[in-house]
Design a protein around this ligand. Structure first.
Ligand code: FES
Length: 71
């Protein structure tokens, strides 16, 4: 998967946002606090919302897979 720049104002890419989500961020506000993405013009906020939603949707499966793999 290509790494895209999500927040042009603050130079925050998708990889950094996914990392913060993996470390426990649970909302767009958390992403803003930890990366500063979405804290300037706000044009990237819908994309950040989508990344957060997708992470939440996929989270139970990831946890289930880790349980199955004994991680
Ligand atoms: S593009 Fe993210 S705050 Fe402007």
């Amino acid at each position: 998967m290509a790494n895209r720049l999500v927040c042009l104002c603050n130079f925050v890419d998708e990889k950094e946002i996914r990392l913060v989500l993996k470390k426990g961020a649970e909302s767009t506000a958390d992403i803003q606090r930890f990366t500063r993405a979405g804290t300037s013009c706000g044009r990237c906020l819908p994309e950040i919302d989508e990344l957060v939603l997708n992470h939440k949707k996929n989270k139970p499966e990831d946890q289930q897979r880790k349980l199955e793999l004994g991680q």
